[in-house]
Design a protein around this ligand. Sequence first.
Ligand code: ZN
Length: 284
Amino acid sequence: MLLVFPVWVLYGTVIIFGLILGSYLNSWMWRVHEREENESDSLPPAAHTPLPRSQRGMPLPGRSLCIHCQRQLAWFENIPLISFIALGGKCKTCKQAIPIDYFLVELGTALVMLVVVYLDVTRGVVNTWHIWRDLFFAALLVVVFIYDLKYYLIISGVVYAGAIIAFLVNHFALQFSTYSLVLGGVVGGGFFMLQYVLSRGRWIGGGDVRLGLMMGVLLGWPHILVALFVSYVLGAIVAVPLLIMKKKGMKSEIPFGTFLAVGTLVALFRGGQIINWYWGMMRW
Ligand SMILES: [Zn+2]
C-alpha cells in the first residue's frame, strides 16, 4: 500500500530530505549555541543566571550567515554538501574555513534517515506512525549526539518535548501500555538520578537524567535496558583507550549524551532482537 512507486524514488527522496534536514539542524544548533553564549557573555560571571525557561532552545531569527564574517549567505552557498565542496570548504568573502562538522552533520543526517526508512519499510508490518516517530526521534537524537559532543550540553527543551511526543505517539498511536512507558521512564530517569544524587552531580549532569527519562518513554520497558547497556559498552570502548593514552583524565567530562543517543537508536530498532539473544544465552 505504501510502496506504489519504485523503491529508489522513496530512498532518493529520503536522502534529499535528510540532507536538507541536516543543513537545517546545523544552523539551528549554531543559533541556539550563539544565543546561549551571548546571553552568558553579557553578564558578569557572578551574576550569571540560567536563561528563563521560555527562552531556552529558541534560535535567533534570520537567514543563514557565515559563522566568521556574519555575511548572509546566497542560496547557492546553502546547498547541502555541494556548496561545501564547490566553495572548497571556505567562505567566499572572508576565506575562513567552514568547519568540516557542518558537512559531516548533513551527510550523517541523510544516512541516518536512509537507514531508519530502510529498517522500517522492511519490517513485517509497515506502520506509518512508526516511520514518522522513528524519523522524528532520529533527528532529535542527531541533535543530542552533536550538541553534547561539541558543547557538552543536552538541551532540556528538546528532551522534554521529546518525552511528551514519545508518550503520546507510543500510547495512542502504537498501543504501548502505560505500564511499559511509565516503568521505562522511571528506570531510565531513575538510573541517572541515582548517580546524580550519589555523586552530587559530579559523575553526570542533570541533562543525562532528563535524557534517561525521555529514552525510557520512547523505548518502554524492557528496551530501555538495552539502550543503557549499549551506551555503556560504547562509552567504555571509546573512553578506555583515551584514559590509557591520558588524553582525558578521570575527572574530565565525557559527552555521555552522545553515547546515549547511539544506544537509543540501537534499542529502537534492535531492542527486541538483543533481548531475545540475551535470554537465549541465559538459557544455556
Ligand atoms: Zn565569511
